[in-house]
Design a protein around this ligand. Structure first.
Ligand code: UD1
Ligand code: CA
Length: 453
């Protein structure tokens, strides 16, 4: 069986990004740029993927981890040189290798797979993925021979006026028979306008040796948009964002205004959920069916079960059970777990706490490091005083308890099952089950005090 691999070129600094961060680590729709490329390659079921790193290589390796193998290109002497650096890492039994750039996050797995398949059904030594661009400036131009085979790729810098008029360009994506690639690399030189070892020169070499180089035209040229600066980065995000919205809408999610939502790559949303404008769904957020995600909501790594209603709120690393209502203006910080049928209302902050089934925190509260049982009512303005200036302490509120408005629960403290805390209390001691706790100044009346004053 044929063994197939890929080489991802990602050693360049990305000078035009004007950034401290290497280009391939900039995030595009929630994923570092080359993660999109790695995912597209995964569709091709490869036996090995080698990523060529150079600039800030260690940082790049840290981010992509063991998804790929690494080759280090210490000096960036050109794309041909990058492939030479990758060859010692490429396993000996790989017969066919794809080459892709790390900065083309829009290239789809389907396009790569199609190219690989037509490579196998041809007798070519090399296949180049090409595209026809309205404006080909900056790209290598494809020179085709009499039988439509590719005979050379001429870089912009080296192209004549006539060659510059060619609008079919090299996308920088190829399939090679490894044996032929190796031979061609041995004959590369850097005698060109850039003084670089061009991978593209392997094409004319192979042609001269009587090998076939085929060109496969990409149907949607948008896929090859390379990200070289932050303007192109925003364009790429925009395209991925639209693709993501379309995928969700076709699956059965209503997106009221797809031009005004930001939904990252790995977000999942189930059918008949409605997403209003200016919603941001990030990271590993998952939303169940028939939910309503109101305008201006931001969900980060948050899981929402079915039939929930979230209005103008921020939820971060939290979990929400079914039929829960949240907001407007709630803030759930990491570790908040809201059980089914609960309600977290306006101006409520919750951190690292569980709110039990059917419990309500309807307004103006801070609940931190607390375990709240089921069917608890937490009155307006209740605060868990969880921090003593040094340490955080837990609050436990048992099932069925009622916390009167504007209470302070000074942690560590526990309120027992079905207990009742009178409004305005500052609770510092355990409240037993079924008890009433009143912890506030007693009201007294001075008759006619105003008249006598
Ligand atoms: C390259 C092609 C050009 C094609 C274009 C498509 C060559 C000579 N030219 O040009 O025909 O139209 O891509 O986008 O191949 N890299 C390394 N090491 C290096 C140099 C580059 O790893 O020494 C990596 C870069 O990080 C980048 C990729 O290779 O991911 C392409 O390099 P870049 O300098 O952007 O090539 P282009 O000039 O765009
Ligand atoms: Ca480029």
């Amino acid at each position: 069986m044929v063994k197939q691999g890929a080489i991802i070129l990602a050693a360049g600094k990305g000078t035009r990004m004007n950034s401290k961060l290497p280009k391939v680590l900039h995030k595009i729709n929630g994923l570092p740029m080359t993660a999109h490329v790695i995912r597209a390659l995964a569709k091709c079921h490869l036996d090995q993927t080698v990523m060529v790193v150079g600039h800030e290589g260690e940082l790049v390796q840290e981010v992509y981890g063991d998804q790929v193998d690494y080759a280090v290109q210490r000096e960036q002497l050109g794309t041909g040189h990058a492939i030479m650096s990758a060859m010692p890492v490429l396993k000996d039994d790989i017969d066919v290798v794809m080459v892709v750039c790390g900065d083309t996050p829009l290239l789809t797995g389907n396009s790569l797979l199609k190219m690989l398949q037509s490579f196998y059904s041809s007798d070519a030594s090399c296949m180049v993925l090409t595209a026809k661009l309205p404006n080909p400036t900056g790209y290598g131009r494809i020179i085709r021979g009499e039988e439509e085979q590719v005979v050379a790729i001429i870089e912009e810098k080296d192209a004549s006026v006539t060659e510059k008029r060619i609008n079919e360009i090299n996308t920088g994506t190829y399939c090679f028979k490894v044996a032929d690639l190796k031979e061609a690399l041995e004959h590369l030189n850097n005698e060109n306008a850039a003084g670089e070892y061009y991978l593209t020169d392997t094409i004319s070499y192979l042609c001269k040796r009587g090998k076939v180089v085929a060109g496969q035209l990409l149907s949607d040229y948008h896929e090859i948009l390379g990200v070289n600066n932050r303007v192109q980065m925003a364009q790429a995000v925009d395209i991925l964002r639209k693709r993501k919205c379309e995928e969700l809408m076709l699956k059965g999610v209503t997106i009221v205004d797809p031009n005004r939502v930001y939904i990252e790559q790995d977000v999942e949303v189930d059918i008949d959920t409605i997403i209003e404008p200016n919603v941001q769904l990030k990271g590993n957020t998952k939303i169940g069916r028939e939910c309503f995600i109101g305008a201006d909501t931001e969900l980060i790594d948050t899981v929402i079960d079915d039939f929930c209603e979230i209005k103008k709120s921020v939820l971060w690393e939290s979990q929400v059970g079914s039929h829960v209502k949240i907001g407007p203006f709630a803030y759930l910080r990491p570790g908040s777990v809201i059980a089914e049928n609960a309600k977290v209302g306006d101006f409520v902050e919750i951190k690292n706490s569980q709110i039990g089934e059917g419990s309500k925190v309807p307004h103006l509260s801070y609940i931190g490091d607390a375990t709240v049982g089921s069917h608890v009512n937490i009155g307006c303005g209740t605060i868990t005083c969880n921090y003593d200036g040094e340490k955080k302490h837990p609050t436990i509120i048992r099932d069925g308890a009622f916390i009167g408005s504007n209470s302070n629960l000074v942690a560590p403290v526990e309120v027992g099952e079905n207990a009742f805390v009178a409004a305005g209390s500052t609770i510092t001691k355990e409240v037993p089950a079924n008890a009433l706790a009143v912890a506030r100044g007693r009201q007294y009346i001075k008759e006619d005090w105003v008249k006598k004053k």
